[in-house]
Design a protein around this ligand. Structure first.
Ligand code: PNS
Length: 168
């Protein structure tokens, strides 16, 4: 008789990732140690204006997480809790940078638990070196010609420069 499979802990780290920053990467690195498998899930939302397409964001994420054997990149549309159940995940992973993130995250976590009572959200505090970084600010700085080196992975820096030069 085959040995019973040890149950594996699966976590989902959802977001827009437009684009991935070193803050996201820090969370992925730390989150990957809390689960056997960490799925970084990009929301496919046609209504939300984004700088990069979902395919571009997935490509940048995939390149950035290639050193982690237990991290994969996926996409989802619709409700996050439905994706959580489809992937058989045990918890949602989210980061909190500052108190300003807290209210928004609290609302999402409560709504997700209401929609699917078994779903837990685990929060990690952003590393202090990354607590001021957001995709939004990075895009703004890059679009105004500022230096985003060290704030995003090198590939993302290159893609940002290219996208800015295409749109100017
Ligand atoms: O990186 P973001 O943009 O702050 O991520 C927000 C995200 C993707 C986690 C959130 O918008 C989400 O889960 N959207 C999916 C739709 C959904 O499930 N909505 C109900 C719970 S808020």
């Amino acid at each position: 008789m085959p040995a019973p499979q040890a149950s594996r802990i699966v976590a989902i780290y959802p977001g827009s990732f437009d684009p991935i920053t070193n803050g996201h990467l820090d969370l992925i690195s730390r989150g990957s140690k809390l689960a056997d498998r960490l799925i970084v899930a990009v929301l496919q939302n046609r209504r939300k204006e984004s700088l990069f397409t979902v395919e571009e964001r997935v490509a940048m994420l995939t390149d950035s997480v290639r050193e982690y054997d237990n991290v994969e990149v996926g996409t989802f549309r619709g409700l996050l809790v439905d994706y959580v159940s489809k992937r058989g995940a045990n918890f949602i992973l989210r980061g909190i940078r500052a108190i300003s993130d807290y209210e928004y995250e609290l609302q999402i976590a409560h709504m997700n638990r209401r929609l699917s009572p078994g779903v837990e959200t685990v929060f990690l505090m952003a590393g202090e070196a990354y607590s001021f970084i957001s995709s939004q600010l990075v895009k703004e700085v890059a679009s105004l010609g500022g230096n985003v080196s060290g704030l995003v992975p090198p590939l993302v820096e290159e893609r940002l420069k290219r996208r800015v030069s295409e749109t100017h």
